[in-house]
Structures are given as structure tokens and as C-alpha cells.
Ligand binder design. Structure first.
Ligand code: HEM
Length: 409
């Protein structure tokens, strides 16, 4: 039986630890449910989430109303304002036609070719990072490997000089603190706004540099991206750099860590994966379905809508719970079982509709390249005797750390 809606707590310890068990009865009994605690609708079935992602009444623009309501007064910290000016240029927070324009211009720079070219570099970086791990004692895979790898890949693609890499990592963590979670807490923004502002001026300098000295990298390509006489403004190029860094960093880091966790908990599948009996690309789709990094995406209703017999009203917030859709037995056979060789293509880990993840192929490439290298480099890997701590947030799913023993030969 489903919990009465008043008792739903999507941030309770049990929901954070295991959202799959938590949402199963809700999805079965009330796939469209009002959550009074967070004043939002929860869509949890694969059918409802798919429908919502394609519905133009579900607006992605959460920034403009926030600026209008909460940041228009005279006493608003200009640092916080500036952060929201940057965020309002992120395509993920825009509706059509602005979203289409930005996405199509950015796609001219962030091409399949530019992504494929990264494969050797991902392999090299993975081997280097593993080489630096002291395998004689327990280590945190997130700190040593899964967190730095995607930041270094993105820094490489953008054209961030080697000397600036450490600062870059620090800022990328700063943006995470600004954007993750809910847009309800101006104080949190004030606390982390300085990291975002430093990053913005860092990218502004890089932009000036590559305008004068074009090179084979993403920043130069973003400067050049044009359609007819329309190109990205300087503010849009900078905002897009911060978006790519944010969107591509923690998500991919979380995928690498949760995939290793899933493998270690299923030793026979770890063996099959390590020996190449399951193609890495197939396995990555199952990792994304089974315990992917995106728990939910947010929309705001631009109009009234009737979903599953419920009346959703204009202005209300909706959480489309990807994690629950990915375990829907109506679509996936035996959904709570990890089966690396299953056809998981219908998973929703990258969202869907117009905002389908722009970096999906980069994320797939990073995971499919790095995970086999990790699995082979750590033949006797096992979990250290520590509690698993998941980040207490609703939109994303990630471990705070993942302590491992490399184990013997
Ligand atoms: C496993 C890793 C990743 C996951 C699970 C993931 C997930 C998602 C999801 C669910 C969305 C849709 C958001 C929405 O509809 O509101 C999204 C959008 C986006 N992602 Fe990813 N992402 C990942 C990696 C990446 C990478 C590596 C990049 C680029 C470097 C990237 C860039 C983007 C961008 C630019 C958007 C916005 C697209 C738009 O609004 O049209 N992502 N991602």
C-alpha cells in the first residue's frame, strides 16, 4: 500500500539511501502524487515521466521566476545576482525558442568528433590516476579517481591550461554547491557565489586569450559557433563553459563510483565485466538504469494539465523521478536485478525530450573507457568496512565517498 501523501518524505534517510525501494509502492499505487512537504507533484512511473518530459506545458525555466520574485529587491547581494545572470544563460533552464537556439549553437562546438577524439586521453588519464593510488591501504575511489577524471577531461576539452587545473577543480566543486538541490535558499547561494564568480572571470580571461590565439579546443569552437548572423554572446560562451563543467563533472563522477559499487556487490558480474564477456557499452547502459546519477529533474507547469486523473495546476512544481522510472516493472523485467547484458536502452538516466543530456555520449565514453581499466587494475577489490554515505539531496544521487581495498592479486 502506498504511504499517505502527507507522510511522503523524499529526503528521509531511507529515501536517500534506497530511493528504489522507497518509490516502488508510490509508483505502483499513485504514480502521480502531490507531495505537501515540498509542495510538488511527484511523477514516478516510466509512462508518466516519459510523457512529462515531452510535454511543452512542463517548463524548464526556474530561473527567471526566481530572479523576479526573490532577487529583485535593492538589498540583494550583487554577487548572488551575478550568479543568477550566469544561470539564466544555461540552456537547461530555458524553454523554446531560446533553448533551441543555444543548444544548436553549442552543438556546433560540442560535436561527436570532438568527443570521440577524447578516448585515448580518457584512457591515459585513467591509467595515470590509478597509478597514483596507494593500493597497499584503503582508499576513497571518489577522491582518487572518479572525481578528478571528468574534471580533467572537461578541462582538456575546453582548453584550460595545465597550470590552472587545481583551481579549476576547486571552482567546479563550487558550482556544484550553487546549483545542486533546490532553488529555494538564497543564503546557500551567497555562501558559494564567490566560487562561481571567480570561475566566470577565469573563463572571461581564457575567452580573451583564445579569441586572440585560436586553438583546437571547445572554447575556440564556441567563439566560432554561428548560424547565419547569429552567434553566442560572450556572456553565453562563459555561461556555457560553466554549464558543461557542472553538468559533466559530478554526474559522471557519480556514475563511475556507483557502477564500481554495483560491480563489487555482484562479484560474478564483476568477473564477466573484467574479462570482457559483457561489452562495456552494454554494461554502462545497465549501470545508468540500475543506479544512475540523476534521481529527478524539475519542471514548473506553464499551464494546467491532467495527469493520471490528477489536476496539475499552472505554477506548480513537478519532480519527474527518473530513478523510479528506471525500475518500473512495466518496462524492465525484474527491474531490481543488475543484469549487465540486458537491453536497458529505455532507461531515463539522461532525461528525455528537448533537454535530453547533451553530454550523454561523452559520459558514456568516459564510463565505458574508465570502468574496464579500473576493474582490471583492481583484481581483488572489495568494500572497506565503512558505512556508505549518500548525498542527502533529491535531484542527484551520489556517494559522498567510496572506500575500497584493492585486495591481493
Ligand atoms: C552520467 C553522466 C550524466 C548524467 C546522468 C546526465 C544527466 C542529465 C540529465 C538528466 C539532463 C536533463 C536535465 C533536464 O531535463 O532538466 C541533462 C542535461 C544536460 N547535460 Fe547531462 N548528464 C551527464 C553527463 C553530462 C556530460 C558529461 C555533459 C557535458 C560535458 C553534460 C551536459 C549536459 C547539458 C549541456 C545538458 C542540458 C541540455 C539541454 O538543456 O538541452 N551531461 N544531463
Amino acid at each position: 500500500m502506498s504511504a499517505p501523501s502527507t507522510e511522503v518524505n523524499i529526503l528521509s534517510p531511507e529515501a536517500v539511501r534506497d530511493p528504489y525501494t522507497y518509490f516502488a509502492p508510490i509508483r505502483r499505487d499513485r504514480p502521480v502524487l502531490w507531495d505537501p512537504r515540498y509542495k510538488s507533484w511527484l511523477l514516478t512511473s516510466h509512462e508518466m515521466v516519459t510523457r512529462g518530459l515531452k510535454d511543452e506545458r512542463f517548463s524548464s525555466d526556474r530561473i527567471a521566476p526566481f530572479i523576479q520574485h526573490k532577487l529583485s529587491g535593492p538589498d540583494v547581494d550583487p554577487l548572488v545576482r551575478q550568479v543568477f545572470d550566469v544561470l539564466s544563460d544555461w540552456m537547461v533552464f530555458q524553454d523554446e525558442p531560446g533553448h533551441r537556439r543555444l543548444r544548436s549553437l553549442v552543438s556546433k562546438a560540442f560535436t561527436p568528433r570532438s568527443i570521440t577524439l577524447m578516448e585515448d586521453r580518457i584512457r591515459q588519464l585513467s591509467n595515470e590516476l590509478i597509478g597514483e593510488i596507494d593500493v597497499s591501504r584503503e582508499f576513497d575511489l571518489i577522491e582518487a579517481f572518479s572525481y578528478p577524471l571528468p574534471a580533467m577531461v572537461m578541462a582538456d576539452m575546453l582548453g584550460v591550461p595545465l597550470a590552472d587545473r587545481d583551481r579549476f577543480k576547486h571552482w567546479s566543486e563550487g558550482i556544484g554547491a550553487v546549483v545542486s538541490g533546490e532553488l529555494d535558499d538564497p543564503d546557500r547561494y551567497r555562501r558559494s557565489a564567490s566560487a562561481m564568480n571567480e570561475l566566470v572571470s577565469f573563463f572571461a580571461d581564457l575567452l580573451r586569450h583564445y579569441r586572440a590565439n585560436p586553438a583546437d579546443n571547445l572554447i575556440t569552437a564556441l567563439i566560432r559557433a554561428r548560424e547565419a548572423d547569429d552567434g553566442l554572446t560572450e556572456a553565453e560562451v562563459i555561461a556555457t563553459c560553466t554549464l558543461l563543467l557542472f553538468a559533466g563533472h559530478e554526474t559522471t563522477a557519480n556514475l563511475i563510483a556507483s557502477s564500481m559499487l554495483a560491480l563489487i556487490r555482484h562479484p560474478e558480474q564483476l568477473d564477466a565485466f573484467r574479462e570482457g564477456r559483457v561489452p562495456a557499452k552494454t554494461a554502462v547502459e545497465e549501470f545508468l538504469r540500475f543506479d544512475g546519477p540523476g534521481k529527478a529533474v524539475v519542471r514548473v507547469l506553464a499551464d494546467d494539465a491532467d495527469y493520471g486523473g490528477e489536476q496539475l495546476a499552472k505554477g506548480q512544481r513537478v519532480f519527474l523521478v527518473l530513478a523510479s522510472a528506471n525500475r518500473d516493472p512495466a518496462v524492465f523485467d525484474d527491474p531490481d536485478r543488475l543484469r549487465l547484458d540486458r537491453d536497458a536502452k529505455q532507461h531515463m538516466a539522461f532525461g528525455g525530450g528537448a533537454h535530453f543530456c547533451l553530454g550523454a555520449s561523452l559520459a558514456r565514453l568516459e564510463a565505458a573507457t574508465a570502468l574496464p581499466i579500473l576493474a582490471r587494475a583492481l583484481p581483488g577489490v572489495r568494500l572497506a568496512d565503512r558505512e556508505l554515505r549518500w548525498q542527502p539531496v533529491f535531484l542527484t544521487r551520489g556517494l559522498q565517498d567510496l572506500w575500497l581495498h584493492a585486495g591481493g592479486g
